[in-house]
Structure formats: structure tokens, C-alpha cells
Write a new protein. Structure first.
Length: 601
């Protein structure tokens, strides 16, 4: 039977006098009349003050809000949990490398708008879609909480919806979380159980080893390893049947080489060159004019960068093209080094025999390469620049420490002034020592600028608007007067021991500062320009091993290696793992640091 048509005002008058807003005789909640539709009517009711209160009262009496919300949530969750399904056997290295909380949860939240609205109400956040997206990109904490809460709710409904939990569990394990803490997180549905994580780790380890095997079989590669010491117990007394208090061993990493081709890595041509090579002469070790010019430019830029860093009036120098580093052999900043860790072994690389055992343990697949392998012809050695830098600053510390803290110009005096007396040990912490030496170097360079700028203050010097040529000449004066051996210019004050000691200290520190900067810039050419001088510094400090290693490198580059293979060695002495260049041996130190905090059971 066709219902009678009414207007909205008439409907509102009936609603406000009716005990139940939707039980009106016209049944407008289920029919579309000729004058108005149900949504339009409900909107009008909700906009009316009295109608809104009666509508809310009726909804609460019937408990419709909870019923409808639960039905909507059940439908959403059943649809969304399929997006998070993942078993422990499906966890792969590719999944971990590309894991992103917001990227995984965004389609899930799109499928659960009611649940997201409920969480927004709990968090008292009202997001529109554009603002929500911006907050997610900014890693807003409420948004992260929402993502984790939804993933935990879906995991509580079914343990198969664990695409988020697997990565969080592995992260908790890798950062040293105890088994009890992981089990608590599993009860909260934030991670899988500890047993599941252990099983996943075994699968991932095998996957990583297979990646390394594939790289060794199919790609030119580098082999790097370092010793590792793992503490198993803090107790002084050990039982006979218990693990050793400290377990020593080695950790190996396979690196895929940048710019390498198999035809450039054949050992036979290099063996012939080695057999026909002659000894190095002085001309082979003396740096070329091009290297000296480039190295001088490096020092000048460093002196100017110190001025720009600590004097705001010279900030413009950082963008001045005439005062930038001369690139020698830089790696592209877009390059990312691929590497494959192997399982740690209990073979400790502490002697020649043990090094041979370690290499055979890692390269068991190369058993057919008998003669060349036994002679280790297939392995060409290169220095780790992190260890070169570390031993260089230790050598500088040993040479310039000074007899006492009263000897001006010695490092001992500066350490006392800076309250860093602990750096006086034989081999102090690398990062602490480098930071202190950088402060000392920058302070002395700034003082040299004040002496050579020709003005009372650096501010007045900046106000004079010096040209880039003026700054270049002033920096060259600082280099020659304050960073050269006393007596080399003939203009030093006679008998000024403090000045002489300071000049000698700055002369050696400039190499350490530039070595660190060149590594950070990914320019091995600038590093190689310093090799002849670094060999002399190491030899003068009594570090004969590193002096010999540098000379060995020069001999290989000039006498043994083919030009193509020499470039491969140059381009792979530095790596770029996550957007920052570092020495190849520093990366393995970071990996060992991670291993030390990982539980062994």
C-alpha cells in the first residue's frame, strides 16, 4: 500500500512528539516518499537539537551502536586479516630488507575504516585522509601505535596474520631482548614465540649462506674477515663441562665487487708480472706532481672548512666552487655495496696456520683449485682503511703525547685542558681519540687564521669581503707556516719549542683529518695520494707493518697488478652500505658489534 507523502517539517513535528523516532505511522525509515528520502530525514533529525538527543537516546536504548559497530568490525577484520597472513617459513631476507610498518599496514587500515575511526576516537585524533598520510610519513607516534594495535588485534584472532610480528620478533632478538621478554611480547601478540623466532633464524641463516655461495660461484667478490670474541658468562668460576667464559673465533663477509669483470681478475697475468717485476726504487715511492698538487689542495680546503665551520661569517665558503675538494677517484653516491655475511666460526685468525685453516673453511667449494689455492695465488691483499686510520692516530698519539702535562704543544697538555686524561693509554678508544684530535686540530687552525688574516678578529676579516683568491693565499700561508716541519720555510721563530711542537703536531694531524674526510667522501684517489707520506709517517713512528703494507700496495699497483685489476682494488676498498661511505673493514666491525649483543641460545 502506497504511503502518504509528508514534508520534512511535518515529519519533524511527528518525530518530536512520538515515543520512538522511527516508529512513526508513515514508516519513513523504510520507504522513500515523494518529497524526501530517509538519509535526508535522518540528517535533518541529527541537525535538530531535540531530534538529535531523542535519536541518540533511542539508539542507546536499542544498543544499536554496539551491535552495528561489532558487525562492521567483524566484516572488516575477516577481510583485512588475509593481507597480513605469513607463516614462519615464508620469512625471507627480501621480506626483511623491504619491511616497512606503514607500507604493510596502510592497505589493512583502508580495509578497516570503522576500526580506524574507533582508534582515532580513543586517541582523540581526527584525521582527514591527507593529514593521516602526512603523519604516517612523518612517523607520528599515534599512527605507529595505531598500526601496531591493529596488527596485534588481527594476530590475536589468528596467528597466521603475522606479517608484522615476524619482523618485530627478529628485531627484538637482534637487539638482545631476553627470552622471557620475547615471550611476554608474544602474549601481547607483538611478536611470535621465542621458539618460532629461533626456527626462523635457522632458515634465514641458511638463506644468507646460500646467497653467499651464489655470489662466490657467479660474481667477482672480495673476502674479508676479522676476529670476534663473545662473552658467555660473567661468573669468575667456570665448570669443566660448561662453555668457555669467552669464545674466540672469526667472522667472514663476502662483498660483491663494484666495476669488476672476470676477465680483469685472472691471476695468471699478474703472476707473470710478479715474476718479472723489479724492486721499488725511490722514484716509485715519491708522489707525483699531480698527487702533490691535489694533496695540497686537500689541505687548503680543510683549513678553509675549519674557518667556515666555526665562524658564521664564512659560511658561504661551503658553497664556493673554487674552494671545493678536487675529486680524484670518487665512487658514485648512488652505489650501494652488496655483502653476504657467513656463519661465525670458532677458528681464530691469530697466526698464519690458522688463517689458512680459516680460508679453507670458508672456501671449501674451491677444492678443485688445488695448486693455485695452496699457494693462495687467488687471494690478493689490500689494507683495511679503518685500521690504517686507527693505527695512524695511535701513532700520532705516541709521537706527540709529550713527556708530561706541563710540556706545551704536546697532546698530554691538551688532554689535561680538555679533561680527557684517559686518552693517554697506549690504544684508547678510536672514536673518542679521533674526536679529541679533531677538536685540537680545529682549535689550532682557527688560532692560525687569527694570526694570518691581517685583522684583529675574524669578524673584521669577513667584513673586508676577501675574495676566494685571497682566502686561498691565506690558507696556503697557514699550511706552510703552521703545518710544515720547523725550518722548512726559514721564517719560524728561532728556538720557540712550543711553536715547533705545534707545527709538527699539525703536520701529522692534517693527514689523519684528510684521511677520514676522503673516506667519508668516498674518494679513494685522495686517499691514495697520501700513501707515500703515510708510509713515511708510519715508518718514523715505528709502525713498520703498516709502512710495509703501503709499500706493498704501491709495488702491486706499479709492478704486479694489471691496470684494470688495480682499479677494482681501488674502487672496492670503500663501501656504501646505507648511503654513507666507510672503509670495508669498518663494516665488519659494525657487524661484529651486532653479533656480540645477540643471544647465543
Amino acid at each position: 500500500m502506497r504511503q502518504e507523502s509528508i514534508s520534512i517539517p511535518e515529519f519533524m513535528s511527528h518525530v518530536l512528539t512520538s515515543p520512538s523516532p522511527l516508529c512513526h505511522a508513515h514508516q519513513v525509515a523504510f520507504y522513500k516518499t515523494s518529497n524526501c528520502a530517509v538519509p535526508t530525514v535522518l540528517d535533518a533529525m541529527y541537525a535538530h537539537k531535540t531530534g538529535r538527543s531523542q535519536l541518540e537516546l533511542w539508539v542507546c536504548e536499542k544498543n544499536l551502536h554496539a551491535t552495528l559497530t561489532c558487525e562492521a568490525l567483524a566484516t572488516e577484520v575477516a577481510r583485512a586479516r588475509e593481507l597480513l597472513q605469513m607463516s614462519s617459513r615464508e620469512v625471507s631476507l627480501e621480506y626483511l630488507e623491504g619491511w616497512d610498518l606503514h607500507a604493510i599496514m596502510q592497505p589493512v587500515l583502508e580495509e578497516t575504516p570503522v576500526l580506524e575511526m574507533v582508534l582515532d576516537a580513543v586517541l582523540e585524533k581526527k584525521y582527514n585522509s591527507d593529514h593521516l598520510l602526512r603523519m604516517r610519513k612523518a612517523n607520528d607516534l599515534p599512527v605507529q601505535f595505531k598500526d601496531l594495535t591493529v596488527s596485534a588485534l588481527l594476530h590475536a584472532q589468528t596467528c597466521f596474520a603475522s606479517k608484522i610480528q615476524h619482523a618485530l620478533g627478529l628485531f627484538a632478538w637482534s637487539t638482545g631482548a631476553s627470552r622471557h621478554l620475547i615471550e611476554v611480547q608474544a602474549r601481547a601478540h607483538l611478536t611470535p614465540s621465542f621458539t618460532t623466532i629461533q626456527n626462523t633464524l635457522h632458515e634465514l641463516a641458511e638463506d644468507a649462506v646460500q646467497r653467499a655461495v651464489h655470489a662466490v660461484d657467479t660474481l667477482p667478490h672480495a673476502f674479508a674477515y676479522d676476529n670476534i670474541n663473545l662473552s658467555h658468562s660473567l661468573f669468575i668460576e667456570q665448570r669443566l663441562d660448561s662453555p668457555a667464559k669467552v669464545q674466540s673465533g672469526s667472522f667472514c663477509v663476502i662483498y660483491e665487487l663494484y666495476g669488476a669483470h672476470f676477465e680483469h681478475m685472472k691471476i695468471e697475468p699478474m703472476q707473470r708480472r710478479l715474476q718479472n717485476s723489479t724492486d721499488l726504487v725511490l722514484d716509485d715511492i715519491i708522489p707525483s706532481r699531480e698527487s702533490v698538487s691535489a694533496l695540497t689542495q686537500q689541505f687548503i680546503v680543510r683549513i678553509l672548512s675549519t674557518l667556515a665551520t666555526y665562524s658564521e661569517d664564512f659560511n658561504y665558503l661551503t658553497k664556493c666552487p673554487e674552494l671545493q675538494y678536487t675529486q680524484r677517484r670518487p665512487l658514485p653516491t648512488s652505489h650501494r655495496t652488496k655483502f653476504h655475511p657467513l656463519r661465525a666460526t670458532t677458528i681464530e685468525e691469530a697466526s698464519v696456520d690458522v688463517n689458512i685453516r680459516l680460508q679453507e673453511d670458508a672456501y671449501l667449494l674451491r677444492a678443485n683449485d688445488v695448486s693455485a689455492w695452496n699457494r693462495r695465488d687467488v687471494i690478493q691483499l689490500a689494507m683495511g682503511l679503518f685500521h690504517v686510520t686507527m693505527n695512524l692516530i695511535w701513532a700520532i698519539l705516541h709521537i706527540h703525547y709529550g713527556a708530561s702535562n706541563q710540556q706545551l704543544g704536546g697532546l698530554n697538555y691538551f688532554f689535561v685542558v680538555m679533561e680527557k686524561a684517559r686518552l693517554g693509554n697506549d690504544k684508547p678508544d678510536y672514536h673518542s681519540l679521533l674526536a679529541a684530535l679533531t677538536q685540537i686540530f680545529d682549535g689550532l687552525v682557527l688560532n692560525a687564521w687569527r694570526q694570518e688574516c691581517g685583522f684583529e678578529t675574524l669578524k673584521k676579516f669577513a667584513a673586508s669581503k676577501p675574495t676566494s683568491d685571497d682566502l686561498h693565499k691565506a690558507a696556503l700561508r697557514v699550511l706552510r707556516k703552521y703545518m710544515s716541519a720547523p725550518g722548512s720555510t726559514g721564517k719560524e721563530p728561532a728556538g720557540d719549542t712550543v711553536f715547533e711542537n705545534t707545527c709538527l703536531l699539525l703536520r701529522d694531524l692534517r693527514y689523519a683529518m684528510e684521511l677520514v674526510q676522503a673516506i667519508q667522501d668516498g674518494d679513494f684517489g685522495r686517499v691514495e695520494d697520501m700513501y707515500p707520506d703515510l708510509a713515511r709517517i708510519f715508518r718514523g713512528a715505528g709502525c713498520n707493518n703498516y709502512a710495509s703494507e703501503i709499500v706493498h700496495w704501491i709495488h702491486n699497483v706499479k709492478k704486479v697488478w694489471t691496470p684494470e685489476f688495480a682499479n677494482i682494488m681501488r674502487d672496492n676498498s670503500l663501501v656504501n652500505i646505507d648511503g654513507k661511505f666507510m672503509a670495508i673493514d669498518l663494516n665488519i666491525e659494525h657487524l661484529i658489534g651486532v653479533l656480540k649483543v645477540c643471544p647465543t641460545t
